[in-house]
Design a binder for this molecule. Sequence first.
Ligand code: URP
Ligand code: ZN
Ligand code: ZN
Ligand code: ZN
Length: 464
Amino acid sequence: MTTIIRGGTVVNADRAFRADVLCYGDKIVAVGTNLDAPASATVIDAGGQYVMPGGIDPHTHMNLPFMGTVTADDFFTGTAAGLAGGTTTIIDFVIPSPQQSLLEAYRTWRGWAQKAAGDYSFHVAITWWADSVHEEMGTLVRNHGVNSFKHFMAYKNAIMADDETLVKSFRRSLELGAIPTVHAENGELVYQLQQDLLKQGLTGPSSHPLSRPPAVEAEAANRAIAIANVLNTPLYIVHVSCKESLDAITRARAGGQRVYGEALAGHLIIDDSVYQNPDFDFAAGHVMSPPFRGKEHQTALWHGLQGGNLHTTATDHCTFCAEQKAAGRNDFSKIPNGCGGVEDRMAVIWDAGVNSGRLTPSEFVRVTSANAAQIFNIYPRKGVIAVGSDADIVVWDPEASRTISAKTQFAKGGFNVFEGRTVRGIPSATLAAGKLAFHKGELMAKEGAGRHVDRPAFTPVSAR
Ligand code: URP
Ligand code: ZN
Ligand code: ZN
Ligand code: ZN
């Protein structure tokens, strides 16, 4: 199976250059000008277009059982939607219930992911602590291609990790050559603020952001950074949504700490006015944590990406339909938290980032694939157009445009936080493991075609 992409401009994180790209099987086998290809090869004309590494979304939740329900997108529909938008790899989350075996949960998620159409990998959440958790973290790293562990500092009475769990798990991660990651929000404060608001009769979605102000996020970001500093571990902070958290990362990095930050496409584009909409379905459709913020925070997040203190862009794709969101009609704290975006991330970041001059095309590649591949140790298999890399490629038409709508999206849930936004710069073709999965608006994603991506540990300090 040979494919040649002819006449485009290859964009990698380090440079852009005119070249053809030849793929054989699931790999890129040649990159250069005027390449020969067998007569039987599929030819993709990339004249006037960019040829970039397929997007890596390092933060999705497909098939997630959460807040009493299960997300609308499973691993097939979610990864297929990603392929339509130029994202060829997701890193999702295994989230064991407290007291549940990590390995048992890992096997459950691997089972659900069998139907994925694109490649996938897993962070594993540490939601409780015992000697058995310490042991199973080792097994996951050594035998199952896991090199990152997630800690929810929010969601009290559910999956929240307390400080003891954070400290023990960060220390264990370091020992194993894995990277700890955190959802930074002070779960105790969120819980108390929710109770205060409900007692005052403020039960609607407009209370959601009031229960999770920036200081609640910043406290947790600072605490996680302090713990990582004391233990000398690296740290990756997911969905950084506010200036105060970014400032904490910037300070830590200036002091020599290896702290990485992730920005969500939604947080970069959408502001908190959505929660004032009187239509419950609309406001609840935007309920996610951390919430959308005031415009000054979006400006700060763009500066973080431009200045190199934020490293990756993700979506936290976690879709619920209106009927599911309605569980919180009389109590905002019961609205299932989560929004979509895996289909739209690349285009909205190109449109708002590259078209505006905030990012160069190479910087776009850096924040949509290359940095995630490096931080989570799958580079150069992913995140670069180079000989030997996976043939995960997006052919990007910078002049074509699309108006985003839930009516025309492939993702489930019937809602889109980017509804009505017209973006210029969209994929004309997506190649996943050498196979054409999306071409000129047509989705050819195949259930089960995705593969689990093992992510090797970084060399443990003790082994150096
Ligand atoms: O609201 C969100 N973000 N839902 C998904 C779970 C999480 O916190 O990432
Ligand atoms: Zn395995
Ligand atoms: Zn989160
Ligand atoms: Zn999440």
